[in-house]
Structures are given as structure tokens and as C-alpha cells.
Design a protein around this ligand. Structure first.
Ligand code: PMP
Length: 402
């Protein structure tokens, strides 16, 4: 029997129940949350472009020119001028021959992995890859081998053991909940040796890392070496939708085989136009990603100085590991009462025992705002009795709940 009430009670009991919270007004470094002004420290609107006047205007203009809905999937009658315009710009930006938009990054990962991961093949997937990659692996007819997080030796062992020409290695470039960066050069070397295709999900790296925000693959000097780049329009690009950049032949296969593209309506024209305006802002103002990273570095330093060292890293994702789910929820609520919104991230999003506040900075946060947030987090931690070990460990929880 599907006992819904019992399932909900069980989640509540384990402090694993989830609820939406209402933001009124636009997304920005400060928002109105459930009617109260708070500093937002858990958004992926990294460059603050979701409410940028040029992005808003582009979306509004597109709604007037092309309407709101695409009305059909891309292969029926949903391919519109704005889609092709954005795809051309994204392909140029990523340095690939071709690009295909998807309804979301989630759908893009599913589309790529189900298309490239055919029966008889293996998808080698990092243990901390995003849920959309995990779901893509589940839906693909290929077998999945999950290698230990960022562990090239384990990957190499697995490729030797079972790798075949045409298999797929897939990884986040910046891991969404930990903020660390995949060993991309090593992965590409192993892939070449074993004839595997490499799929890199740049969701948290586009607009945040690499020259001009062109991502972690570009930062590692690997442009042209990675067969498939997956991206999202929903984070640094401030809009909604996903995309795949690759050589034309791969994109053509996706168009013919990837069900999350074929059987889903094309992205809405305002979302595509908003993303295009954001991409143009990024290209015109390439220092935004640097500002983001220096802001992240500042937050890391301030947290460390306040006795709350985050997990070590160098990106805009700054995880403050608590460990216990219930303590994490209490810490998040106590911070919120002090005007800082940092959502508690718990299993199954992260492994059991590693619940955390996944702090994310935006390029538009000021030093004063961050100092205020760190003070509020420190007070909140004292109130709920969470203490942090002085030295953060890369793999283990660093806080103890009283
Ligand atoms: N990949 C990664 C690494 C992500 O973090 C996310 C979103 N959290 C996605 C893909 C999905 O992107 P979208 O929100 O556009 O569906």
C-alpha cells in the first residue's frame, strides 16, 4: 500500500521533510522571503543577472515579438528564430560546432546519457554527480559504473576492467553541493587512452570559471577535447532552460534520438531571449566571474576567521558541513531568524551524515553584507549548539551538533 501519511511522517521524523518558501519580488542578493527581507545566500543566480534590466527587457520584448509559448516541440513546429539565435551564440561561446537547447539542464543530461549510453556500453559516472546525471544513467540502456568522487585511479581501474570503445565518462565540472572541481585533464587523458567519450556538465562553471566565464573545461585548456558540454541557462545566465554543445554529428544524433528533446515542448521565447541577453552581458563584461570568485574567497576567509571553516575549495559554492540533518535544519532556521537565508541541504541530495548549509555567493553581494551574514551564522550556531572543528576535512563532516 502507498501510505502517504506514513511516508510524510517518516520524513518529518528524520528531519528530512522539505517545504517551499515564498520569495516575493525579483531574485537578487536580498529578497523578501515569506514577507521578511533577508540576505540570500543559497541562490544559483551567481552573477545577479536574473533581474538585470537588460535581461528583463530582452525577455519582455521577446514576449511581445514572439509570444510566450513555443507551442510545440522543436521537431514539430516549435523551433523559432530566438532558439537558433541563442544556439549559435552558445556554440560560439563554448567553441563547438553546434548547440541544441533543451527545456532544462535536467532534461539535457537525460537526453545526452540516454542517447550516448546505449545497450552493451558503460557510463562511468562520478559518485557525486548531479541527480540529473544519475537519472540519465538510470534511464539509459547502458550499464553504469560509479567511480569514487574525483578518483582517477578508480576510474582508470574501472576502464581497464570493463571499458570498451565508445563508452561514456560523465562528470560535473563544478560539483553542485561541494563546489569542488573535477580533475578534467586526467579524465580526458584516460578517455583518450580507452576510446571513451567525455560528457562534462558545466552547470555551475559557465559564467563562473575560466576565461570570460567560459567554464572549467576552458579553464583547464581542454576546449575541443571534451565531446559533449552540458549547460544550463538557469544559474549564472539568470534564465531557464538547458543546452548541449558538441560537434554537429552528435547534435544530429540527439535530435533524432533524445526523447527529452523530442517529446518536450521547446523553451519559451522570453526565457531564451533573457538567456541570450545574459550571455551577451557576460561576453561584454568578462570580469563578472572574477568578481564572483573574489567574493567567494572573501566569504571563505570570513567564515574561517569566525571559527566556521567551510569545506576547502575555490568556487562560488561554499559548503558549511554540519553533519546531522536535524542540527542543520535548526542552524538554517536560526540563521533565517537573523535575516540570512541559507537552505539546509540534506540526504538524499547529499550523503547521510554530511548535511550542510550550501552557501553560495553572488557577484552582487557586498563585503558588508557577507560580514553581517557570517556574524549571524556564528550567533545562530551558538544558539543551536553547533560547533565546528578548526580544520576542515575534504571528505568528512566538520561540525558536531550538541
Ligand atoms: N546539472 C547540475 C550540476 C545542476 O546542479 C543542475 C541544477 N541544480 C542541473 C544540471 C539541472 O539544471 P536545470 O536547473 O536547468 O534543470
Amino acid at each position: 500500500m502507498n501510505d502517504i501519511a506514513a511516508q510524510l511522517a517518516q520524513l518529518h521524523e528524520a528531519s528530512l521533510d522539505r517545504h517551499t518558501r515564498l520569495i516575493s519580488g525579483p531574485q537578487g542578493p536580498r529578497v523578501m522571503l515569506d514577507g521578511t527581507p533577508v540576505l540570500l545566500l543559497c541562490s544559483n543566480n551567481y552573477l545577479g543577472l536574473a533581474d538585470h534590466p537588460r535581461v528583463r527587457e530582452a525577455a519582455a520584448d521577446a514576449a511581445m515579438r514572439w509570444g510566450v509559448g513555443a507551442g510545440a516541440s522543436r521537431l514539430v513546429s516549435g523551433t523559432m528564430t530566438i532558439h537558433e539565435r541563442l544556439e549559435r551564440r552558445l556554440a560560439d561561446f563554448e567553441g563547438t560546432e553546434s548547440c541544441m537547447l533543451y527545456g532544462s539542464g535536467y532534461l539535457a543530461n537525460i537526453g545526452v546519457l540516454t542517447t550516448l549510453g546505449g545497450a552493451g556500453q558503460t557510463i562511468f559516472s562520478d559518485a557525486l554527480n548531479h541527480a540529473s546525471i544519475i537519472d540519465g544513467c538510470r534511464l539509459a540502456r547502458a550499464d553504469t559504473f560509479v567511480y569514487d568522487h574525483c578518483d582517477l585511479e578508480h576510474l582508470q581501474w574501472a576502464l581497464r576492467d570493463r571499458g570498451r570503445e565508445g563508452d561514456v565518462i560523465v562528470t560535473d565540472s563544478v560539483f553542485s553541493m561541494d563546489g569542488d572541481v573535477a580533475p578534467l585533464a586526467g579524465i580526458v587523458t584516460l578517455a583518450r587512452r580507452h576510446g571513451a567519450l567525455v560528457v562534462v556538465d558545466e552547470a555551475h562553471a559557465t559564467g563562473t570559471l575560466g576565461p570570460g566565464g567560459r567554464g572549467a573545461v576552458a579553464e583547464a585548456g581542454l576546449e575541443g577535447e571534451v565531446e559533449v558540454l552540458v549547460g544550463t541557462l538557469s544559474k549564472a545566465l539568470g534564465s531557464y532552460g538547458g543546452y548541449v554543445c558538441a560537434r554537429s554529428e552528435i547534435v544530429e544524433l540527439l535530435v533524432n534520438s533524445s526523447r527529452s528533446l523530442i517529446y518536450s515542448t521547446a523553451p519559451s521565447p522570453p526565457a531564451a531571449a533573457g538567456a541570450l541577453a545574459a550571455l551577451e552581458l557576460l561576453i561584454e563584461q568578462p570580469l563578472r566571474p572574477e568578481k564572483l570568485q573574489s567574493t567567494a574567497e572573501l566569504l571563505r576567509r570570513q567564515l574561517g576567521a569566525a571559527g566556521m571553516p567551510p569545506r576547502s575549495g575555490r568556487t562560488q559554492i561554499v559548503p558549511l558541513i554540519v553533519g546531522d540533518a536535524e542540527a542543520t535544519v535548526r542552524l538554517s532556521e536560526a540563521a533565517l531568524a537573523r535575516g540570512v537565508f541559507a537552505q539546509a541541504i540534506r540526504p538524499p541530495t547529499v550523503p547521510a551524515g554530511s548535511s550542510r548549509l550550501r552557501l553560495t555567493v553572488m557577484a552582487s553581494h557586498t563585503a558588508t553584507e557577507l560580514a553581517g551574514a557570517v556574524a549571524a551564522l556564528g550567533d545562530a550556531a551558538r544558539e543551536v549548539g553547533v560547533t565546528f572543528d578548526p580544520v576542515p576535512d575534504a571528505a568528512e563532516p566538520v561540525a558536531r551538533a550538541a
